[in-house]
Every structure is written in structure tokens, then in C-alpha cells.
Design a binder for this molecule. Structure first.
Ligand code: MV4
Length: 512
């Protein structure tokens, strides 16, 4: 087993990986940028190396500097987390050439699944259902036109190098095809440096259901069931859960077996996820492979009892899977909510700044994977995820109630967050009924506004005011809470600065 691992990431996922290292008796090494000097992952690690200035290209994406940090600290392996260099085949190759272990799949597997058209070809050959569409990237418009006619409109333009919705265009009629291809090509070129796009039949409001897979280097491959991730906004997942309310045992078994076959066909090793779209008639189609540990991995951990980061490290160190498919069971239900430093009432604009007060929920079945602390300043530079709130309970209804209560107990003052929005999502009757396709957020939550102030908010505001007195922030001495209405004549449009800035329609005042 490794003695020392360097974690080439930041935030909550770096903290999560540091925790796994500690439990395994491995020394965790952090890296950081100038914007992250006081970040939790830096404070928690045994050693920390500054990579460079704040921009990711100068720090978390800078391969030379990461390799140098590995050399300097004597680490034997690198865990890339998610994002940054986690699915970068050149990085995996570079580490291999330097004699450093990349905790993830081999470079060839990363290359294969990173090319969506190649992945579709591989999956089709292996008998995996793929979405009807093109299997090569055409050279002229006539080929696109012929394919679109035979598929029937609507079709969708997708980037071969892509993923995550970049370069994607829905085309309703033939008249729009050429412009959509051109727009898709431009977007793909600027996002991935590769303009290749192809066409698929467009599926209306499918569900996004993905299967977690583990594969060791000896070819043992198992799946750890599904995650339902249909609750998304602009390709950003918001709430994830397992089991999926859309699957029954027979469909679950078929999707799990299909995912294992897909990963075997790709020559895949370590942890990865096979994404599927599930249509209204319960047909499922291969979408893509995510060749990394995913943000939403904790729901799988809570329901299967398997520590996925520990398994990744074990596999990378040459160990075998200590798990057989027959040993794996789903126990109870888990939900995850992603807490972002974004303002949901203002188009989800990033909301960086100092966290003035933090209260994270705790209790039976409540897990918080957090990358923040009270008094810390959230930098603007990176992905705005602050923490993940994950709950477990014996069934879906109990898990929803536990999540609602835990969200009520999650307080972040000083910056705006998605917590109030998540309360409304989890409280929505369609969510409670498990009716969550990919149209759920766009159709039910367009133009969402924060809820009216309630007793809970009032008591938190009172607490904040008391803190103000103790710390000397602001000027009020005996604050009284006064309800205000947003943007009404005579009312405040903006709360004053200080910890109550994010309290919604309340202000600290004299009671008049
Ligand atoms: C689709 C689709 C409908 N039909 N492909 C979005 C991200 C990218 N990875 C694939 N995506 C989609 N591909 C066909 N042929 C609808 C989506 C899609 C979506 C997929 C998963 C989760 C959320 C989504 C939201 C909008 C569109």
C-alpha cells in the first residue's frame, strides 16, 4: 500500500480524500493555489505545497508543477478527485512516465471514453443499447441532412469531445439543422479544441440514471447499483439519490449488468460511472462514461456500505476487489443536496465572500462533506460548491423528511447559497412522489424566488444579531427583527452588510 498520496484537488472532495487516506494510514499531501492558502484541505493535510497563482491553469491544472510537488514530497500516487485533471489522459500518461501512480483508470480507457463517437462504436459492438444516431463524424452537410431525415426530427447535435451539455443543440425542424451544426461546432471548438459534432435522435424529458462501477486491474468488475440524477439545472446536478424511484428490481438488474459489460468493453479499471438516459417507455440507452470519482458518490456509499475512495486507492495500489457482485445489496435510501455559493433568486450568480456564520446539521443518518468553515472567505475563482448534505434513512419518504429537517438546520450567513432553493425542491409534491425527469427543474422552478420569512429564519436572525453584539459587527445595540418585503416602495431592496445580509425579507431595526 502507498505510504503517501498527493491530492491534486481542492474543496470538499480534497477533504473527503484526505479523510480516506487517514483511515488507511496513508499520509495525505495537499496542493493549493494562492487563493486557497487558508482552505480547509490545506489546513487538514499533513503537508501542503503551493502550486502557483489562483487561476487553475497556473495551479490545479498545471501538470509540471503537480509532478514537481510529488517529487518534492515523495508521494507515490496522485488522487485527482473530480474536475481539473481527473479525466485527462495526457496527465495519466505523464504520471505513468514519471513512475507515479494515477488513482484512476489507465490512459487508454480515458482516451476511449473521452471520445463520445468512439465510445458509441465500442458500446454498439458490445451489444449495449445506444441512442439512435450517427456512429461517425461526417465531413459534409449532406451527410448530416440524410442522417437527420432518417432519424426523424427532433434531433440533437452533440460534440464528440464533449459531455456536460457543451456544443449541444436541439433541432426541431430541417430548416434549423445547418445553423445548429455550425453553432455546435463553434462551441465545441472553443470548449474542447475539437469541432467534431454528430447527431442523435432527441429523447423528450428522459431521466438520467447512472450506474457506479468498480473494476480492479485483474479484470474483476462489479456494479454498485444506480444513482438517479435527473434533478439538474443547466447540466448542473442539484439533488441525487439512490435507489432511483424509476427502477424496479428487473430493470435495475438489467442496467447494472449492461454497465458492467460496457466497462469491460472499454477495458476500464478503477472507479467509474456509466450514464444512461431512461425514456418514458423505460427503454435505457448508453449516454457516456464518467471516468472519475463523482460528486454524488456518497449516496452510493451510504446505501451499499462501500467506501469508494478507499476502493479506488486499493485498486490503484494493485489490490483486488474484495467484493463480489452477490455481496452487494442496497440498504435503505440516500439523498444528496449540493450546497453552492450561488444566488438562486438572481439567476444562480456566484456569491463569493466571507462566511460570517456557519451551522452544519448533524444527527443520525446525516453526513456533511464540507469544504468550508465559519470565517473563511469563499474565493470566486473555482467551482462554487461549498458542501454536500447527504442523508440516509430506511425508505425514500423518511429520507426526504430527514433531508428537509437537515436543510433547515444548515445555516450559512454572509454569502448567498442554494439552501432555500433546495428546501423548495425537496418539498415539491412531484419530487416527493418521485416524478423527477430532466424537465423537473426547468418546468417547475423557472423564476424561483426565496420564500417569505418564517419563524426559523427569525430565530436565526436573532442569533445573528446577538453575534453582532458580541463581535462588534455593525451598529445596532438592541436589535429587533423587522419583516420587510423585497422591492416594495418604502421597503429595503437590499439588506445591510453583515451576517444578516442573506436572511431574506428581514432586517434588524427598531421595531417600527
Ligand atoms: C440527450 C438528451 C435527449 N436526447 N440526448 C445533456 C448532457 C449530456 N451529457 C447529454 N444530455 C442530454 N442528451 C438525446 N439524444 C437530453 C440530454 C439532457 C440531459 C441529460 C441528462 C441530464 C440532464 C439533461 C438535461 C437536459 C438535456
Amino acid at each position: 500500500m502507498f505510504k503517501k498520496i498527493l491530492i491534486a484537488n481542492r474543496g470538499e472532495i480534497a477533504v473527503r480524500i484526505i479523510r480516506a487516506c487517514r483511515e488507511m494510514g496513508i499520509v495525505p499531501v495537499a496542493v493549493f493555489s494562492a487563493a486557497d492558502r487558508r482552505s480547509p484541505h490545506v489546513l487538514l493535510a499533513d503537508e501542503a505545497v503551493c502550486l502557483g497563482p489562483a487561476p487553475a491553469s497556473e495551479s490545479y491544472l498545471h501538470m509540471d508543477r503537480i509532478v514537481q510537488a510529488v517529487r518534492q514530497t515523495g508521494a507515490e500516487a496522485v488522487h485527482p478527485g473530480y474536475g481539473f485533471l481527473s479525466e485527462n489522459a495526457a496527465f495519466a500518461r505523464r504520471l505513468e512516465a514519471e513512475g507515479i501512480v494515477f488513482i484512476g483508470p489507465r490512459a487508454e480507457a480515458l482516451e476511449l471514453v473521452g471520445d463520445k463517437v468512439r465510445a458509441r462504436q465500442t458500446m454498439e459492438k458490445a451489444g449495449i443499447p445506444i441512442i439512435p444516431g450517427m456512429k461517425t463524424v461526417p465531413t459534409d452537410l449532406a451527410e448530416y441532412r440524410a442522417a437527420a431525415r432518417s432519424l426523424g426530427f427532433p434531433v440533437i447535435v452533440k460534440a464528440s469531445a464533449g459531455g456536460g451539455g457543451k456544443g449541444m443543440r436541439i433541432v426541431l425542424r430541417e430548416e434549423g439543422l445547418e445553423a445548429a451544426i455550425e453553432a455546435g461546432r463553434r462551441e465545441a471548438k472553443s470548449a474542447f479544441g475539437d469541432a467534431s459534432v454528430y447527431l442523435e435522435k432527441y429523447l423528450d424529458a428522459p431521466r438520467h440514471v447512472e450506474i457506479q462501477v468498480l473494476a480492479d486491474n485483474a479484470g474483476h468488475t462489479v456494479h454498485l447499483f444506480e444513482r438517479e440524477c435527473s434533478v439538474q439545472r443547466r447540466h448542473q446536478k442539484i439533488v441525487e439519490e439512490t435507489p432511483s424511484p424509476a427502477l424496479d428490481p428487473a430493470l435495475r438488474a438489467r442496467m447494472g449488468e449492461t454497465a458492467v459489460r460496457a466497462m469491460r468493453a472499454a477495458g476500464y479499471n478503477n472507479a467509474g460511472t456509466v450514464e444512461f438516459l431512461l425514456d418514458k417507455d423505460r427503454n435505457f440507452y448508453f449516454l457516456e462514461v464518467n471516468a472519475r470519482l463523482q460528486v454524488e458518490h456518497p449516496v452510493t456509499e451510504l446505501v451499499t456500505g462501500v467506501d469508494l475512495v478507499r476502493q479506488q486507492i486499493r485498486i490503484a495500489a494493485g489490490g483486488t476487489l474484495g467484493l463480489a457482485q452477490a455481496d452487494l445489496k442496497q440498504n435503505g435510501h440516500a439523498l444528496e443536496c449540493r450546497i453552492y455559493a450561488e444566488d438562486p433568486a438572481n439567476g444562480f450568480l456566484p456569491s463569493p465572500g466571507k462566511i460570517l456564520l456557519l451551522r452544519e446539521p448533524k444527527g443520525p443518518g446525516v453526513r456533511v462533506d464540507s469544504g468550508i468553515y465559519g470565517g473563511w472567505e469563499v474565493p470566486i475563482t473555482y467551482d462554487p460548491i461549498l458542501a454536500k448534505l447527504i442523508v440516509w434513512a430506511e425508505d425514500r419518504e423518511a429520507a426526504c423528511r430527514r433531508m428537509a429537517a437537515a436543510l433547515d438546520g444548515f445555516v450559512v450567513l454572509g454569502i448567498r447559497t442554494t439552501i432555500d432553493f433546495l428546501k423548495d425542491v425537496v418539498g415539491h409534491p412531484d419530487f416527493r412522489a418521485g416524478r423527477t425527469d430532466t424537465a423537473f427543474i426547468p418546468t417547475r422552478f423557472e423564476g424561483w424566488r426565496s420564500p417569505e420569512a418564517d419563524e426559523e429564519t427569525a430565530s436565526i436572525a436573532a442569533a445573528a444579531a446577538a453575534i453582532e453584539e458580541m463581535t462588534g459587527w455593525g451598529t445596532a445595540s438592541s436589535p429587533v427583527l423587522v419583516a420587510t418585503t423585497r422591492a416594495t416602495a418604502g421597503g429595503r431592496k437590499e439588506a445591510p452588510d453583515g451576517p444578516w445580509r442573506t436572511l431574506g425579507p428581514w432586517r434588524i431595526g427598531s421595531g417600527t
